[in-house]
Design a protein around this ligand. Structure first.
Ligand code: AKG
Length: 407
């Protein structure tokens, strides 16, 4: 039987790996075998509440004295690290496990309570070596993945050709000249506004939105072969581009993690972003900055509930302050990106990053940020938005503002 909100009636016992072999423990299932086939009852506790207790099969659970399999897919995501599983044996002994006891299990829980990609699981290195052995990834991509796992970002120099960079810059002149109907821009006054592009906004802080929906050149810049190869390996799927921001100037955006604002349906951590330099970037122009390794600091949980800020927007300042406090606590170095035109930086969903202070006013910092998820996922806005997408160079491009132009 499933018993919700029943207080634990039994203190969890000590781990007993000699009697139980846990085979998988992840955000989908917990399974294992009981070596002597002498199990009489299985209990699942979530945050010290008993959720499941059984001595026979119940929905979501298989249990037969010698094997067990619990479907954890529908458990509250924020509790996945707080699961305790106990098995009562025929002789009265109790074996007890929590996720920390099963670190050795090949598919144990990821770093974040909210899921992750395979590179976020403790066994990422084994999985990477397997992919190398099977020829699924090249040594070049494997090296990029090692850097990405360690630092939370990776740079691919000269990934975008000078021709593509020049084409994008040319087309952005058309956008500013009002020759690209439908193209939107985000501007900042008393509040954030999304309006049609107008040259009167050129010299103020702004983000041009989803240029790829209107300009094929921006699709090319976001789908450079080396970038697509890397992202496909990390997503284990083709990439889907679902938001693009084009900057003329440094954004001076406070250091943040995209997972608070950029919403993916399903797995909020299945996300990466690229930052393409559309010119050589010089100091003092508001360079991109980040805390190296900050993608591994603990989740900030808004309203004790969600990774999305909308759950408790009043906590925004606390969230931003927590990112600096975490960097201090975990020794994450603050670094800046000073690329040449065509260099691409790819960041992890949970890398703390932002735009540094502009000290040389009036000097451009042309760049294009694109947010991606795996093709099998959808941005949250897909729930109500149904514009046509376009596939280019192995990337699906979708937008919440417009159909994406095929040509
Ligand atoms: O390029 C920048 O200044 C910051 C961009 C950024 O933080 C973002 O798009 O999430």
């Amino acid at each position: 039987m499933l018993q919700e909100n029943v207080l634990a009636d039994q203190a969890p016992a000590v781990p007993a790996t000699d009697r139980i072999a846990i085979e998988s423990w992840n955000d989908k299932e917990i399974s294992g075998t009981v070596r002597n086939g002498d199990a009489v009852r299985l209990n699942i506790y979530l945050a010290n509440r008993r959720m499941v207790s059984l001595d026979a099969s119940v929905p979501l659970v298989h249990f037969d004295n010698a094997t067990f399999q619990v479907n954890t897919e529908f458990f509250p995501a924020a509790c996945l690290r707080d699961i305790n599983l106990t098995i009562e044996h025929a002789d009265g002994a109790i074996s007890s496990f929590n996720p920390n006891d099963v670190r050795h299990v090949s598919n144990a829980v990821p770093h974040s309570l909210y899921g992750g990609m395979w590179i976020d699981y403790p066994d990422w290195e084994e999985r990477l070596n397997e992919k190398l052995r099977d020829g699924v990834v090249s040594e070049t991509v494997a090296e990029l993945i090692r850097t990405f796992v360690a630092d939370g970002y990776v740079v691919i120099p000269q990934a975008v050709s000078p021709e593509v960079v020049a084409h994008v810059n040319d087309r952005m002149l058309d956008v500013w000249a009002g020759q690209v109907p439908g193209h939107k821009i985000e501007v900042y006054g008393e509040s954030v506004q999304v309006v049609d592009v107008d040259s009167k906004y050129y010299s103020q802080a702004h983000k041009l939105l989803d240029s790829y929906a209107f300009i094929p050149e921006a699709q090319h810049a976001a789908s450079a072969p080396a970038v697509v190869e890397f992202m496909s390996a990390v997503f284990e799927d083709k990439p889907k581009a679902f938001q693009q921001l084009t900057f003329e100037w440094g954004s001076q955006q406070a250091i943040h993690k995209d997972t608070a604002y950029v919403k993916i349906d399903g797995n909020p951590m299945s996300m990466m972003a690229t930052w393409v330099a559309l010119e050589d970037i010089t100091e003092g122009t508001g360079e991109l900055e980040y805390y190296v390794g900050s993608h591994r600091s603990p989740d900030y949980i808004f309203g004790s509930l969600s990774k999305w800020m909308e759950a408790a927007p009043q906590e925004h300042e606390d969230f931003l302050a927590a990112l600096h406090a975490d960097a201090e606590a975990y020794g994450h170095r603050r670094a800046k990106f000073l690329p040449k035109a065509g260099d691409v930086l790819i960041w992890h969903a949970d890398l703390a990053h932002g735009g540094s202070a502009v000290t040389r006013h009036g000097v451009t910092r042309r760049s294009q940020v694109t947010h991606f998820t795996a093709a099998k996922n959808a941005p949250y806005y897909s729930r109500w938005s149904g514009f046509a997408s376009n596939v280019r160079n192995g990337v699906e491009f979708v937008s919440s503002y417009s159909n994406v132009t095929p040509d």
